[in-house]
Design a protein around this ligand. Structure first.
Ligand SMILES: N=c1c2ncn([C@@H]3O[C@H](COP(=O)(O)OP(=O)(O)OP(=O)(O)O)[C@@H](O)[C@H]3O)c2ncn1[C@@H]1O[C@H](COP(=O)(O)O)[C@@H](O)[C@H]1O
Length: 166
């Protein structure tokens, strides 16, 4: 599988890439509380809450559409493969199975990743807006894990703050 990521030369990777990234982004978002109208984040933090809540819904919908696009490229590739298989007969099956997914499939996956990042950014703005820290959010996820899944030293919610789908 192609590695789509890299670490800039001469820089050491943090222990957790996604942890470091979310912390940096959450800190940037929090700092934008004082940034003024020129900042998109500031506007989402200070305008009517509907603006950012609508964005979360819109971007979530775009994730779903982007994923459907990935599915349709995969399906059409399989359909083309089956057409080839029918035309070629079983003797050619091994060759047929090595048919590559089209470039559009990879582009659709890249687009899905892009839309997913839009959702996470807007979700972090919502968390900031309503005073939910990243540690508290982590505790919510950690509380749902089994003991085997939970990382050592993972932050947890006190029992009185646990909400089970209510
Ligand atoms: N990570 C983001 C980020 N992700 C998305 N967006 C904005 O969210 C908006 C999404 O708008 P659209 O719906 O038009 O989406 P699109 O991505 O243009 O296209 P589609 O999703 O419709 O395909 C765009 O204005 C993006 O710029 C972001 N804006 C800011 N950040 C981070 O927040 C920091 C502070 O940003 P400012 O507040 O603008 O200074 C930036 O330096 C970034 O690190």
């Amino acid at each position: 599988m192609v590695d789509k990521t890299y670490i800039p030369e001469g820089q050491d990777a943090p222990a957790s890439q996604i942890g470091a990234t979310l912390e940096a982004l959450a800190a940037t978002i929090a700092a934008r509380r004082d940034a003024g109208e020129g900042s998109y984040t500031y506007r989402l933090l200070t305008a009517s809450p509907d603006a950012v809540l609508k964005k979360v819904m819109e971007e979530s919908g775009e994730v779903a559409l982007a994923a459907k696009d990935v599915e349709s490229w995969a399906t059409s590739s399989i359909a083309a493969l089956m057409g080839f298989e029918a035309a070629a007969g079983n003797a050619e099956l091994d060759d047929a199975l090595s048919v590559q997914l089209p470039p559009e499939y990879g582009q659709a996956v890249d687009h899905l990743r892009y839309e997913a990042a839009d959702v996470v950014y807007h979700l972090l703005v919502v968390l900031e807006r309503y005073g939910i820290s990243l540690d508290e959010f982590a505790a919510e996820l950690n509380n749902r894990m089994t003991a085997d899944e939970r990382p050592t030293g993972a932050v947890r919610l006190h029992e009185e703050f646990v909400r089970r789908g209510k």
